[in-house]
Design a protein around this ligand. Structure first.
Ligand code: GDP
Length: 197
């Protein structure tokens, strides 16, 4: 799956412009600057198709990318940057909620968490939403190269502890560095299985 060409397919600012749900989808979510674009680039080995964000939080659209004929990769808008206005937050919530609620082909959401900073309230809000709609999701710890291995392990344990009470839709946590490539192959394998290739 991940050898296929990545092609931009559609962008949606409102749910009525979501493309038809013809393909299985894997979505990527997280705070602005968490390393989402870098991860998409590393996973697909295709640089520049998914733009690295220059102005955090300005991309308030859901972007759909086809990865070959059988899988759609979905870039959910980043959230949680400090100077977002309340209406930006509300628009984000509405859009992502509609997406999670309605997408029949949605197989997995990768919720990216910066290893150094851990989970924040907005991450937990998204987790609650996914639990409510029984959307399978997994935590992906990003930028593991920036902290000591012991702290990566500690962060993973802390998050797993936090999620223990929920645990209906949550899938095993993974850890990656887009910079060194650590964990990228494992994540590719997991996601390829999710999409059933
Ligand atoms: P996005 O806003 O979530 O799409 O985040 P980006 O992919 O644009 O990354 C935000 C910043 O973090 C950029 O300066 C990246 O170079 C940096 N970054 C992303 N992934 C990694 C990583 O694995 N390791 C390190 N050290 N930096 C990273």
């Amino acid at each position: 799956a991940f050898r296929n060409k990545l092609e931009f397919f559609a962008a949606a600012k409102i749910s009525s412009s979501f493309p038809p749900p013809d393909l299985p989808e894997i979505a990527f979510a997280g705070r602005s600057n968490v390393g989402k674009s870098s991860l998409l680039n590393a996973l697909t080995r295709q640089w520049g198709v998914v733009r690295t964000s220059d102005k955090p939080g300005l991309t308030q659209s859901i972007n759909f990318f086809n990865l070959g004929p059988k899988l759609c990769m979905v870039d959910l808008p980043g959230y949680g940057f400090a100077y977002a206005k309340e209406e930006v937050k509300e628009a984000w919530e509405e859009l992502v909620k509609e997406y999670v609620m309605t997408r029949v082909g949605l197989k997995r959401v990768c919720l990216l968490i910066d290893t150094k900073w851990g989970m924040k309230p907005r991450d937990l809000e998204l987790i609650d939403l996914m639990e409510r709609y029984e959307t399978k999701y997994q935590i992906v710890l990003t930028k593991t190269d920036l902290v000591f291995p012991i702290d990566v392990a500690r962060r993973a344990m802390q998050i797993e502890e936090n999620l223990k009470a929920k645990k209906s839709a949550v899938q095993p946590l993974m850890m990656v560095s887009s910079k060194t490539g650590a964990g990228i192959r494992s994540l590719r394998t997991v996601l390829a299985n999710v999409a059933r290739f």
